[in-house]
Ligand binder design. Structure first.
Ligand code: SAM
Length: 328
């Protein structure tokens, strides 16, 4: 698929549920969110049908996210089915890792090729304070088991002044001792994210260089992904930065998102998109759904305007969904 600005769209991120088993402060409000009623969620069969249709349109990479994807029952079967589609080259997941270790073998067998595990601190107390759950140990176990299984592992950390500033440098050590990439993602002003202060990429790079020595831009950048990678001497893995606030990367955007209730979202920031559920449940043919998707993709916004969006100013047509409802 080519969008209205000539970008090739070959990456689909699917949020398989809006439920999460953690309560990260910058992601979920204290009282939780109003969950989508079960019958309003796309079934696994409906999710599969969307991927099957979009694979024919050129989707090559699928990422399962949430909420927390691993709380969705029978997800493994969906991963397996999607992996059998001939055009799908990469099957990825973004998870908080809490339930990963117990499912790692099945996930590997189902064809999962890579996993991004979210981890904002190595400190047990702060993990509990940020997420509301004392599960840091399970996440570290998940990282180890994923590495041992041969699934490619990336660790995603969202640096936040109020929550984990003192942990940023220590987290990088995970990629010194293991063949994993540790990536720092700038906090975006979505949902509760508006009420915290992210730490810019350049500042983090400086902190890391003070501790680990000079970083060299990696010769091996990962395809068209938004992360920019660096290498430190004696590190097994690399350090990556995803910098939507300080270094916009929208001109290279290759992705669209499917929410758990079936909205095809064209940009993380904007509400622009199309509701697929009425088509899936309304007797429309694959060809009709394909045409509707192509028409929508043509309307993909040029770029996000997060920099303009703060706690007290909003951008017209900005999506009011929270990150836990979109999946990152
Ligand atoms: N539960 C899964 C997980 O923890 O990875 C998947 C969903 S979670 C919403 C996906 C990622 O979004 C996590 O790494 C989380 O830290 C990140 N995230 C949440 N709110 C964010 C924000 N406002 N800005 C940047 N990243 C955010």
């Amino acid at each position: 698929m080519i969008d209205g600005f000539g970008r090739t769209i070959d990456y689909l991120r699917i949020s398989v549920t809006d439920k999460c088993n953690l309560r990260c402060k910058y992601c979920i409000p204290e009282g939780g969110i109003e969950l989508i009623p079960h019958e309003e969620l796309l079934s696994l069969e409906e999710l599969y049908r969307v991927v099957r249709i979009m694979e024919k349109l050129g989707i090559k990479k699928v990422r399962f996210t949430g909420g927390e994807p691993l709380v969705r029952k029978n997800l493994i079967k969906l991963i397996e089915d999607v992996g059998r589609l001939p055009g799908i080259e990469e099957l990825a997941m973004t998870t908080n890792g809490v339930l990963f270790a117990e499912q790692v073998e099945e996930l590997k067998k189902a064809g999962l090729t890579s996993v991004n595990i979210s981890l904002d601190t190595l400190d047990r107390e702060r993990f509990l304070a940020i997420t509301g759950t004392d599960a840091g140990r399970q996440v570290l176990d998940a990282i180890q088991k994923a590495v041992n299984s041969g699934i490619k592992v990336k660790i995603n950390c969202v640096p936040c002044r109020e929550l984990n500033e003192e942990d940023i440098v220590d987290l990088a050590a995970l990629s010194m001792e293991n063949d994993v990439d540790v990536r720092y993602i700038e906090l975006m002003p979505l949902g509760c994210g508006k009420y915290f202060h992210g730490i810019p990429t350049d500042e983090i790079l400086q902190k890391l260089e003070m501790q680990y020595g000079k970083a060299t831009p990696s010769a091996m950048q990962c395809g068209s992904g938004p992360a920019r990678y660096y290498e430190f001497e004696n590190f097994m893995g690399r350090i990556g930065f995803i910098s939507p606030m300080s270094h916009k990367f929208c001109s290279e955007c290759n992705r669209v998102r499917l929410t758990a209730e079936g909205r095809l979202k064209l940009c993380l920031h904007y509400d622009t998109g199309i509701e697929l559920k009425p088509l899936l449940r309304g007797g429309y043919s694959d060809e009709e759904i394909q045409a509707a998707i192509l028409e929508a993709v043509n309307r993909k916004p040029k770029a996000h305007e997060f920099a303009q969006e703060t706690a007290d100013s909003t951008v017209e047509n900005a999506d009011s969904r929270r990150m836990v409802q979109i999946g990152g």
